[in-house]
Design a protein around this ligand. Structure first.
Ligand code: BES
Ligand code: MN
Ligand code: ZN
Length: 526
């Protein structure tokens, strides 16, 4: 019997990306997008002929356009050949000296162009590349932005039998890029566009999961979707069911899951290429997988509780990264570990004051059942170590405290190893998902010291720091970074480049990190 509250959304189609070194002939694109920065339109990445063709029509439409980020203007303009073209000006904001920031601008501009084209039902969108010192990376940023901009989370809108709208839907995105013309660089451009597509589609895959309602994604469904993805891309997967979690002594994960009718699961996905550079190295991504966080017995207030359907965004990002790596094939071993549970109050639920024994052997006093993320993560971290992880990154929508500290624009980064923290910071910056380092220090130990157990799970402010300190005890000597993505995983209001809801953050950073490690590690990825 299907449960009518457990809706399965239709699969999202992908945007078809293509590359061209010339403007599409009349009639071959419905809309031609041009980036406009605060200092004017930029056709610098386009072939000379395209620049000439467009240069004459731009002055007619640019005067009223400030180039502010996210601004769009759709206009029919006469072109030199006597015909007309539909141009789309896309605001790309202020110029930035920093290349990563300028790629971020471009990523957002491409996304805004796609969202605009979607709204106007143009089927074929062409996008003229602005100038860049690094055309391949710029092309990747535009491809990523286009795929991100194509994402929608209106899965449940409109009755299927009412879909008689015949207007065209956006299906194609063509990058107009001079560097795509023959030559060595054109191969790099092609490869980077493909990488951008793979990474952004994987981030969208993760986003879908985080946007799904709690009823539609309990731990077993999360595991089923991970298995479906793993088989599509040739990854190994093993999911430990509830009995196994209990039998192995994962008291943190078991304890959080015990109040729910939906059993917890530990999802483990492996990417193990043959001929890895160093098969003793194992990179582990551990992601918080709370499929819904009510707070448990320490129940949350009602306001915004619905957003807690995305409390598995870290887990989805870890799995999404493997989805991308399986296609990009770096020569290193990577495992994603997702402790998944639903945090519910009930007669069986864990209570404040209860003590759990974790996989690592340490006991934790559960002072607040709403500080559940750290309880499942410590078992995920211990499991990563059992599997032989030599480097760890965990991602978690862990604390409201990090939102207070950093707001939406930076995730909190905590770590026990400066070199590893610096590498993750660089990867995040290159990926356009910037982080800000915060302390892990025993100065804060009072907050995790319990009178009756080895640790407690809550001890007042600053909580993001205390949570990280607790996690560090379970990472032990293994180089480990914790990313608190509570603020960056969810967008409260829609923007020109994204609907409100899950952002898919983390996927691009993790992929960048794994690919940089393959390029030789610390020295190579500066
Ligand atoms: N999942 C939440 C953290 C969170 C809050 C993520 C808002 C995204 C948006 C976490 O499990 C939680 O409930 N944290 C509490 C802990 C506290 C009660 C000890 C918090 O930060 O308020
Ligand atoms: Mn919570
Ligand atoms: Zn939570």
């Amino acid at each position: 019997m299907t449960n009518p509250t457990q809706l399965s959304p239709p699969a999202i189609g992908a945007l078809k990306l293509s590359l061209a070194s010339e403007l599409p002939p009349h009639g071959a694109a419905d809309l031609l997008a041009v980036c406009v920065y605060a200092d004017g339109a930029d056709l610098g990445g386009a072939p000379a002929a395209a620049r000439d063709a467009l240069a004459s029509s731009l002055p007619d439409v640019t005067p009223d356009f400030t180039g502010e980020e996210g601004e769009t203007l759709d206009a029919l303009v006469a072109d030199a050949g006597g015909g007309a073209r539909r141009l789309l000006l896309v605001g790309a904001g202020e110029r930035d000296e920093d290349p990563d920031a300028s790629f971020a601008n471009l990523r957002r501009a491409a996304a805004a162009a796609v969202r605009h084209a979607r709204g106007t039902r143009a089927a074929r969108l062409a996008f003229v590349m602005p100038g860049s010192d690094d055309a391949p990376r710029a092309a990747r940023a535009a491809a990523e932005g286009a795929c991100h901009g194509f994402y929608e989370n209106d899965f449940y809108q409109g009755r299927e039998d009412e879909d008689d709208d015949e207007r065209p839907r956006l299906a194609e995105f063509r990058l107009i890029c001079a560097a795509a013309a023959a030559g060595d660089e054109s191969e790099r451009v092609r490869a980077e566009v493909e990488r951008g597509r793979v990474v952004a589609e994987s981030a969208n895959w993760a986003r879908t999961l985080a946007d799904l309602p709690g009823a539609s994604l309990p731990p077993r469904e999360f595991a089923r979707r991970a298995a479906e993805m793993a088989s599509e891309f040739g990854l190994k997967i093993e999911t430990l069911p509830a009995e196994e979690i209990r039998a192995r002594g994962m008291g943190g994960l078991w304890g959080v899951g015990q109040g729910s009718d939906e059993p917890p699961a530990l999802i483990v996905v492996r990417y193990e290429p043959e001929g890895a550079n160093d098969s003793d190295e194992l990179l582990a991504f551990v992601g918080k997988g709370i499929t819904f966080d009510t707070g448990g017995i320490s129940i949350k207030p009602a306001a915004h509780m619905e957003e807690m359907k995305s409390d598995m965004a870290g887990g989805a990002a870890a799995l999404g990264a493997l989805r991308a790596l399986a296609q990009l094939k770096p020569p290193c071993h990577v495992v994603a570990i997702v402790p998944a549970a639903e945090n519910m109050p009930s007669g069986k639920a864990i209570k404040p004051g209860d003590v759990v024994r974790t996989l690592a052997g340490y006991t934790i006093e559960v002072v607040d059942t709403d500080a559940e993320g750290r309880l499942v993560l410590v078992d995920g971290l211990a499991y990563a170590r059992e599997l032989g992880a030599t480097r760890i990154v965990d991602l978690a929508t862990l604390t409201g405290s990090v939102i207070v500290a950093l707001g939406d624009h930076r995730a909190g980064l905590f770590g026990n190893d400066d070199e590893w923290a610096a590498r993750v910071t660089r990867a995040a910056r290159r990926a356009g998902e910037p982080v800000w380092r915060m302390p892990v220090s025993d100065d804060y130990r009072k907050q995790i010291e319990s009178d009756i157990a080895d640790f407690k799970n809550y001890g007042g402010r600053p909580d993001a720091t205390a949570a990280a300190l607790l996690l560090s005890k379970f990472a032990g000597p293994v180089p480990w970074v914790h990313l608190d993505i509570a603020a960056t995983a969810w967008l409260e209001e829609p923007t020109a480049y994204s609907p409100a809801g899950a952002t898919g953050t983390g996927v691009r950073t993790l992929v960048e990190l794994a690919l940089a490690a393959d390029a030789g590690g610390a020295a190579a990825d500066i």
